[in-house]
Design a protein around this ligand. Structure first.
Ligand code: NAD
Length: 492
């Protein structure tokens, strides 16, 4: 048997063993097999990465954008070549199905593709003769060193909401993956190595709180992108901002989905089930509360209960499996406690997915789709992010009540409406307080060429991830006002 690998960091173009004194096990949540040991890197290793990135910045920012994107074209080709292996790695460490992992990697690749347009996207503006003989221009310049601190649920995609834009704009970069799922980024950095990117332009530091705090405090790191839970997002936002950094923090969510009586039942049920139970509910855009209006109460409840009960749960690598495990035994216990809490608050456990027996994977962290009916709208379970395959049903009489309930939540990541009425759709789009709106769509995830972020406690910051927002986040504008009097013109 091969010994369990210990993961190195990638700093200044070299794979280097960490000097950490603590390590965590990376565990396949379907089988509990230990896949690797990940170091909890000390602050000194973040400092080394920041130093290397700062040195690399000097010549990287002077490399023409057209040359910088050549490395991204190479990376795109390598990601395509290794697509299956990367998807498999995501499933191994994160649990989602292979189809879901492929979908995730496709989104990562799309961001590389969009960032290849930097020579157009990074352009500034200018105007001649702002006063007689005086011209003004606004140019965009990179910031320097930037970093991302990533969550466990999309180990391949989430760093790519930021990284391709950061380096294409001329910044240098540090990735701190989630310590729960560090293997995908290891593989992606092996591909970065093959692109021939100059040393120090991208760096990988594994770890947890100590590494994060070192990123937040390092004077060379100018910008930080964070994605994870709201309490950590708030902490990172305040500490990094207090240190004068540019910072964007995407936090947790509790996404509502409204079903009106005129919605197409078959389509709504299928899409709602995919939203609530896809990736075992561990998506920041997972629907976790369904608000049924009027007659939809009966038809939708019956249909979603049937669909939930039929979902095939198992190892995400196995064919025909529709839902994998949750990330860990701790997470499974937390989710099952919350289901019980919902019942204690008066909800009916209409479909109970707790403690399932999955043949061949008895030790895995599995929960089957669960549906709680008649959830108390002001109770804890209607408001807490469960981050598991649990859909709460709340029944209401009018769309106004439903929108009011949506807007009373602390989060604002996504809200969806299912209807065949254009007027209802417009009202919802106009009034719902969320950064991403789905109309007859269950996971309203923006493509790479649109910015992505939530509102309220789902986001701390101004500029979002992806697309033109990423370009603005990773550049600073400089305005130049010039006067070249014509009498200075020499005769040649
Ligand atoms: P998490 O907040 O526990 O961890 C995220 C990152 O923060 C990890 O890299 C971790 O090492 C670091 N971290 C954790 N605790 C820390 C602390 N006390 N100090 C410093 N660093 C710390 O999140 P998670 O469990 O990995 O991911 C799930 C969460 O992420 C959910 O709440 C989900 O909604 C959210 N999420 C949000 C989005 C979005 O776009 N809004 C996308 C994906 C996930």
């Amino acid at each position: 048997m091969n010994p369990t690998p210990t993961l190195p960091n990638y700093i200044n173009g070299q794979w280097c063993a960490s000097s950490a004194t603590e390590y965590l096990e990376v565990i396949n949540p379907a089988t509990t097999e230990v896949l690797a040991r990940v170091p909890l890197s000390p602050a000194t290793e973040v400092n080394q990465a920041a130093q290397a990135a700062a040195e690399a910045f000097v010549s990287w920012r002077r490399t023409p954008p057209t040359e910088r994107v050549q490395y991204l074209f190479k990376l795109k080709n390598l990601l395509e070549e290794h697509f299956e292996d990367l998807a498999r790695t995501i499933t191994l460490e994160c649990g989602k199905t292979l189809a879901e992992s492929k979908g995730e990697m496709r989104r990562a690749v799309e961001n590389v593709e969009v960032a290849c347009g930097i020579p157009m996207m990074m352009q500034g503006t200018n105007l001649e003769d702002i006063a007689k003989g005086i011209d003004e221009m606004m140019i965009r310049q990179p910031l320097g060193v930037a970093a991302v601190i990533a969550p466990f649920n999309f180990p391949g995609m989430i760093p790519f909401w930021f990284l391709p834009y950061a380096i294409a704009c001329g910044n240098t970069y540090i990735v701190k993956p989630s310590e729960k799922v560090p293997l995908t980024m290891q593989k992606i950095f092996q591909l970065f190595e093959k692109t021939g990117l100059p040393k120090g332009v991208v760096n990988l530091v594994n770890g947890a709180k100590e590494a994060v705090d070192a990123i937040l405090d390092h004077p060379n790191i100018r910008a930080i992108s964070f994605v994870g839970s709201t309490p950590v997002a708030r902490y990172i936002y305040s500490r990094a901002a207090a240190n004068g950094k540019r910072v964007q923090c995407q936090g947790g969510a509790k996404n509502p989905l409204i079903v009106l009586p005129d919605a197409n039942l078959e389509m709504t049920t299928r899409i709602a089930a995919d939203s609530a139970f896809g990736c075992a509910g561990q998506r920041c855009l997972a629907a976790s509360v369904a608000l049924t209006v009027g007659e939809a109460r009966h038809s939708f409840t019956e249909a979603i209960a049937q669909t939930a009960s039929k979902r095939v749960v198992g190892n995400g690598l196995d064919q025909n499996v529709e839902m994998g495990p949750v990330i860990s035994t701790q997470s499974k216990a937390r989710i099952e406690d919350l289901i019980q809490k919902g019942a204690d608050e008066g909800a009916t456990v209409l479909v109970d997915g707790r403690n399932p027996k999955i043949s061949g994977y008895e030790r895995g962290s599995f929960i089957r789709p669960t549906i709680l009916q008649n959830v108390n709208p002001s109770g804890e379970i209607a408001r807490t992010e469960i981050f598991g395959p649990v859909l709460s049903l709340i029944h209401l009489d009018t769309i106004e009540q439903a929108i009011a309930l949506v807007n009373s939540g602390q989060y604002g990541n996504m809200a969806c409406l299912f209807t065949s009425s254009g007027a209802a759709a417009r009202k919802f789009r106009y009034e719902a307080e969320a950064g991403n709106i789905g109309i007859n769509i269950g996971v309203a995830a923006p493509m790479a060429f649109f910015p992505f972020s939530g509102w309220k406690e789902s986001f701390f910051g101004d500029l979002h991830g992806q697309s033109n927002h990423a370009v603005e986040f990773f550049t600073q504008t400089k305005v130049v006002v010039e006067r070249w009097p014509s009498e200075w013109t020499r005769q040649f």
